[in-house]
Design a protein around this ligand. Structure first.
Ligand code: SAM
Length: 292
């Protein structure tokens, strides 16, 4: 049996054999540390009956560990040059399927229906391309896919924003957008040395587990996210000032905004970063009749 793909020696061998050169624009930083990969797989809590969806398999470092620890792996890879390499490196595994597609354009729900029939536990596990981490995560969560959750590597700074709690400087509209769908934790900070080539930023792994029901029931989800984005537009401003300056006709509707804040039990002098998701939910429902 071959050595694991994710060692510096084997990775260099594979790159050399195929004359592969990294494309920075595609966020290609491959993992070369099997211990880190095993920890990522552990965080996903897979069983021999689970399915795994991977985004960006690269030369197969994580794919290989997922193949060993689950029933089936389906991976989306945008870079055509990697397809023959993956066919070679993953040839020992008969439970892997690579789809040559941009994850942002893919019909993931349909792919799940085709690829994972009879599989009940499904996780997304990935070392994400850093130029598109947020759009990928938001796409997977907002499409209401039948997945238990997502475990992925991304920029440490984004991981901290995603898992931030109210009252911290990292807490913002991204924390709320993601925590509306999931419980979010940063589970591991990762040194640059485990990648080839090393990225310019620090990295971390997050675990997002889908909630059965959202933490707050709102009349209009899109409006909730619009209100949170508006509330954080200028972090130093009060929620009242942000809402009046960001919402359409906000200035002329100041009285209605004040009424809505009162109805939601939110002091107009507070800053967005102090509000919980539940408070944003109440506020969004109270503002809705005035703005939609
Ligand atoms: N999983 C491999 C590893 O850990 O060594 C590679 C991870 S690398 C950070 C990101 C991978 O995502 C690259 O293989 C890149 O080509 C691929 N990728 C970039 N943008 C993508 C997209 N929009 N859809 C699918 N794959 C993409």
């Amino acid at each position: 049996m071959n050595k694991d793909i994710a060692t510096p020696v084997r990775t260099k061998e594979i790159l050399k054999k195929y004359g592969f050169s990294f494309k920075k624009s595609l966020g290609q930083n491959f993992l070369i540390d099997t211990n880190i990969l095993n920890r990522i797989v552990d965080f996903a809590g897979l069983s021999a009956e689970s399915g795994a969806i991977e985004i960006g398999p690269g030369i197969g470092a994580l794919t290989e560990q997922l193949a060993k620890n689950s029933k089936k792996v389906t991976a989306f890879e945008i870079d055509q040059r990697l397809l023959p390499i993956l066919a070679d490196t993953l040839s020992p595994y008969n439970n892997v399927n690579i789809i040559h597609e941009d994850i942002l354009k893919a019909d993931v729900k349909q792919v799940i229906g085709e690829e994972f029939q009879g599989i009940e536990d499904l996780m997304v596990v990935a070392n994400l391309p850093y130029y598109v981490t947020t759009p990928i995560i938001l796409k997977l969560l907002s499409e209401n896919l039948p997945i238990r959750g997502i475990v992925c590597m991304l920029q440490k700074e984004v991981a901290e924003r995603i898992s931030a709690q109210p009252g911290t400087k990292e807490y913002g509209s991204l924390s709320i957008a993601i925590q509306y769908y999931t419980t979010a934790e940063t589970v591991m900070v990762v040194p640059k040395t485990v990648f080839m080539p090393q990225p310019n930023v620090d990295s971390a792994v997050i675990r997002l587990i889908r909630r059965e029901t959202p933490p707050v029931e709102v009349k209009d989800e899109e409006f909730l996210f619009q209100i949170t984005r508006a509330s954080f537009a200028q972090r130093r401003k009060t929620i009242l000032n942000n809402l009046t300056s960001q919402l359409q006709d906000g200035k002329s509707k100041k009285e209605q905004i004040l009424q809505a804040l009162e109805l939601a039990g939110v002091d107009p002098g507070r800053r967005g970063e102090t509000l919980s998701i539940e408070e944003f939910g109440r506020l969004s429902d109270a503002l809705l009749p005035h703005f939609k």
